[in-house]
Design a protein around this ligand. Sequence first.
Ligand code: C5P
Length: 236
Amino acid sequence: MSLIIALDFDEVAAAEALVATLPPGECRLKVGKELFLRGGPEMVGRWVAAGWEVFLDLKFHDIPNTVAGACRAAADLGVWMVNVHTLGGPAMLAAAREAVEGARHRPLIIGVTVLTSHREADLERIGLNGPMDAAVGRLGGLAAEAGLDGVVCSAREAAAMRALGGDGFRRVTPGIRPSGTDAGDQARVMTPAAALAAGATDLVIGRPVTRAADPVAALAAIRAEVEGVASRPRGW
Ligand code: C5P
């Protein structure tokens, strides 16, 4: 089980200030497109050099050769995890995995299935047939077949993803809200303990920590909640 703090900041200084207060070893860091475009590889490299495990959430989706090159660059940066869109298809997913085989720091590669912002009506418009769970199952199956290390999914889909890929297939889940906190724009939320019980392996938590009056205390409270549920060793 691990807790991954989503650093959704529009200023590098604000992200740096939060990271300076977080206890290394108690959580990991997620860097998405906005912060990456502002802070760049130098910022990520600084955190990696300081011992942080970084999830580079750039959701690569391009032709196989281009995605392979991007995954190699992520490996060279020393990140812990990087993600790709399963909609890129089997050849792209295989190229992503093969690109990092044998890397000195092999990042975990996980697949995004259907974005949680999509509703069933959107699936039809973009040409994905069938109900949501069928589409998620089909795309999660592509990730498992390509030998990816797991998927980003909602906690509601975690058990189905474990059935597809096995226990070692990670289920990285956003949309986590400790009870009593604001859901914000997330439509379908779960508490940290409920998400783990539902089969999540890594919880992505943004605003409940980053916007808390005391982020360190908020993180500690979440850790205390999940440690009662987590059976896996820390850092899995
Ligand atoms: O602040 P909050 O806890 O809602 O942040 C969740 C994080 O997870 C954000 O960085 C968001 O972009 C990301 N995410 C998500 N849903 C997905 C994939 C990623 O909320 N399906």
